[in-house]
Design a protein around this ligand. Structure first.
Ligand code: NAP
Length: 242
């Protein structure tokens, strides 16, 4: 078996995912950087961290997740941590949201579920060891106007965490969610100015979070926290207490 611990971060080329890649590399993991459209950023990040590998796939397409698994098998014989970070937020109110947009939202969650299923079978259940970290969101708990499918997806992500932790009883595999509040990334930069101002007004710490502040919790769950499973850790500047 490879000496070095190995992690995979989905959506690892940008925002919170890229911060997780850097954090896990700094903690000594060899990191697989998954990406869909941000190939150049993924390649630059790989050069920056020095050691690792790239995993292209649209997680909404099951055959592409299968292809990712084939690549992963070729890269490593162990997987110590999977960070399900990839996500998409489609913003529209109930009446304007189209079925196809709802399906896009849902298919990314399905991709995370399917990738987790395959990673468990191929690596973690064989070794009775591993960490699965799902990036959900505060809106899965509070709800958010104009983001119903997104909030549904994120609530489902936390339900996946809690249910899988129970299903893996006695297997030595820990499953947790990290639920960010509003973090300064491309995703939040797309929000209109007045929406951003309204959000800031509700955050006790008075600012958006940084991707690194989410990544350090992911790093903790990947390497420590040996008695923590089936839970959601909120990283939101006090916006919501859980
Ligand atoms: P981001 O930079 O837009 O990252 C989203 C990532 O998801 C991208 O790297 C993208 O990959 C990947 N992705 C999207 N659709 C995909 C698909 N169909 N298949 C594969 N990959 C796909 O935004 P971010 O803020 O860092 O978001 C990261 C995670 O944190 C998301 O799950 C998001 O919901 C969650 N989150 C963010 C915030 C926030 O305030 N920023 C708050 C709560 C939760 P490519 O770029 O390669 O296409």
């Amino acid at each position: 078996m490879d000496e070095k611990r190995v992690a995979v971060v989905t959506g690892g080329a940008t925002g919170i995912g890229a911060a997780c890649v850097r954090e896990l590399a700094a903690k000594g993991f060899r990191v697989g950087i998954h990406y869909r459209s941000s190939g150049d950023a993924a390649a630059r990040l790989l050069t920056e961290i020095g050691e690792g590998f790239l995993l292209p796939a649209d997680l909404a397409a099951i055959d592409q997740v299968d292809a990712l698994m084939e690549r992963l098998k070729g890269e490593t014989d162990r997987l110590d941590a999977l960070v399900n970070n990839a996500g998409v937020s489609i913003d529209a109110d109930m009446q304007r949201m189209r079925i196809e947009q709802f399906e896009t939202q849902r298919s990314v969650l399905r991709g995370a579920w399917y990738l987790t299923k395959r990673v468990l079978r191929l690596f973690m259940l064989r070794e009775n060891r591993g960490r699965i970290i799902n990036i959900s969101s505060v809106v899965g708990h509070t709800g958010n106007a104009g983001q119903i499918p997104y909030a549904m997806e994120k609530a489902a992500m936390d339900a996946l965490t809690k249910s899988l932790a129970r299903e893996l009883r006695g297997r030595g595999i820990l499953v947790n969610s990290v639920a960010p509040g509003f973090i300064a990334t491309e995703m939040t930069a797309r929000l209109p100015g007045e929406v951003q101002a309204g959000i800031l007004a509700g955050i006790p710490l008075g600012r958006m979070g940084r991707p690194e502040e989410v990544a350090e919790v992911v790093g903790f769950l990947a390497t420590a926290g040996s008695y923590i499973t089936g839970t959601v850790i909120h990283v939101n500047g006090g916006l919501y207490g859980g």
